[in-house]
Design a protein around this ligand. Structure first.
Ligand code: COA
Length: 280
């Protein structure tokens, strides 16, 4: 399957290691910098196509999702600010009614991203607002530059979040902080986002790309089958009660004892070797 082509979503494959057979990290850039990478219908369609391509493409091990940097401003104009994504494209809300939104949101791109079986990292440099914060929350990890700002300002539009923040934020940062973010619509700094668990790591803008790619490469060096089972199992914690979740984990743990990669990993440890996974 060829990588989907789109002007609003750029796909770059970066080798996951110097060994060719270790696959790639797919660096996905949402590319509407003049509109702070706001999510319009084109971006959403492209995101869904990208998810399908990543799922079908074995060599892609990890996804890093980011926003395009601002363009040089025209003479005499101020530069646009840096953004991951400043939300859903508000111009597309004009004239829309509930039935239009129900159609748009059935089987939407953010859910597709959330349901991707491979590890995903949001690399945030700038505003991550509304749908942008939700796209970031639909990734497994979030790494942000110090100048990043997170928020769910939908309340200021007479709306609430629609791409999962009321549910996923509660699970990430808890009820009280979610209520504060959604009820006030105020932005928080990357440091505060890190303190409350919304962001995994904060670094300088200059370090962000390498820091994130190092993390992606580290994850890509593990067995892709074990990562997939791990992600699926951790997800159970969000949906089921403790007793059922522990049973899900026990079964997943047991099932891995029939995998070649468990044999390879244990053998490599005992022989002080680096494991060469069957599922690269
Ligand atoms: N949808 C559509 N366009 C958006 C947008 C969005 N969510 N966010 C920013 N833009 C556009 C602006 O309209 C502007 O376009 P223009 O230059 O053609 O007029 C451009 O992006 C730059 O934004 P601007 O508002 O001029 O930058 P700023 O530095 O003054 O403010 C923000 C930055 C992020 C504070 C401000 O853009 C903002 O509040 N955006 C909306 C955030 C939001 O409510 N998101 C939730 C949507 S559900």
């Amino acid at each position: 399957m060829d990588a989907p082509q789109s002007n609003v979503l750029l796909i770059e494959e970066i080798p996951a290691s110097e060994h060719e057979d270790m696959g790639t990290v797919a660096l996905i850039t949402m590319n509407r910098p003049d509109k702070l990478n706001a999510l319009n219908a084109d971006v959403m369609t492209s995101l869904k196509a990208m998810v399908a391509w990543v799922e079908a493409t074995d060599r892609v091990r990890v996804v890093v999702l980011t926003g395009a940097q601002p363009n040089e401003p025209p003479e005499g104009k101020r530069a646009k600010p840096n953004a991951f994504v400043a939300g859903a494209d508000i111009t597309e809300f004009v004239g829309k009614k509930s039935d239009d939104i129900r159609v748009m949101f059935a089987n939407n791109a953010v859910e597709a991203l959330w349901n991707l079986s491979k590890p995903t990292i949001a690399m945030v440099d700038g505003f991550a607002l509304g749908g942008g914060c939700e796209v970031a929350c639909s990734c497994d990890l979030r790494i942000a530059s110090k100048r990043s700002r997170f928020g769910t300002p939908e309340i200021n539009l007479g709306l609430i979040p629609g791409y999962g923040a009321t549910q996923r934020l509660v699970r990430l940062i808890g009820y009280g902080k979610t209520m504060e973010m959604i009820m006030t619509g105020e932005m928080i700094s990357a440091e505060d986002a890190s303190r409350i668990g919304l962001v995994n790591h904060v670094c300088s803008s200059e370090e962000l790309r390498e820091y994130t790619l190092d993390m992606a490469r580290l994850i890509a060096s593990k067995s892709s089958n074990t990562l997939r089972v791990g992600k699926q199992t951790i997800r159970a914690a969000l949906d089921v009660g403790l007793t059922e979740g522990v049973a899900v984990e026990a079964e997943a743990f047991a099932s891995l004892f029939d995998s070649k990669d468990k044999e390879i990993g244990v053998h490599a440890f005992l022989n002080r070797e680096t494991p060469k996974w069957e599922h690269k």
